[in-house]
Ligand binder design. Sequence first.
Ligand SMILES: Nc1ncnc2c1ncn2[C@@H]1O[C@H](COP(=O)(O)OP(=O)(O)OP(=O)(O)O)[C@@H](O)[C@H]1O
Length: 249
Amino acid sequence: MSTVTQLSRRPSVLRMADGGIHFDGVKAVDGVSIEVRSGEVLGLIGPNGSGKTSTLNLLSGMLRATSGSIWLDDENLTRHSMRQRARKGVVRTFQSGRVFGRLTVRENVEAAALGAGMRRGAARELTEEILEELQLEGVAEDRAEQLTAGRVRTTAIARALAARPRFLLLDEPAAGQNETEAVELITAIRGFAQRRACGVLLVEHDMSVVMGTCDRLHVLDSGRTVIEGEPAAVRSDPQVIEIYFGKRH
Ligand SMILES: Nc1ncnc2c1ncn2[C@@H]1O[C@H](COP(=O)(O)OP(=O)(O)OP(=O)(O)O)[C@@H](O)[C@H]1O
């Protein structure tokens, strides 16, 4: 592991306190308190329409909370835009994946590292690490516009990692991939995040994927928190079995 790209950071927490948002009378998120700690992967799960993406958007600044507040340690981010939060290291990725189509995968990742202020040598070194960890080496010289949708999404995540975020907010990063591929991708992200003390919030609908890859789970239903805890405890909670598994099986 490179020392150039290792970061020593003090522990940090991104949190929403009693946050809420409503759309035309629909309470998409209703008094949710949630926190992500540096170095952990927190899985945000729940049935369709339970408020997962809205919660992620409240934390990233894509949506403004109609109630409650957002904090990065002691700093109140509630009125900060998505861009201002990104400058503080709170970075969101999109399901569609945002990349430069004409650039190769390697150039895409390196551009993100350079854009985040790294020197060229360090940016190259970090790029190689990320390409290896996310298993993108085989397509490193392909232009992004030639990639499959899954590879585009992974390249977008690689770009986000290259910016060395303090907190990374991922909305179904493995959408469209099978369970094995999803677990591999999230495990790679987790390893990367742990080594760099980055906290990850992961929206993922597949319970079997989050069970083996997340440190903690936060379950939503109808915009409210059902339970938060370690995966094994959450999975055996009667309310979770009823509202989550009950609807699916
Ligand atoms: N921009 C919007 N305008 C109106 N209603 C919205 C908007 N965004 C979300 N909602 C509603 O808010 C509720 C929560 O939506 P959200 O997308 O956050 O849930 P989710 O758990 O991410 O769902 P899914 O698993 O289906 O992606 C749903 O009832 C949804 O229809």
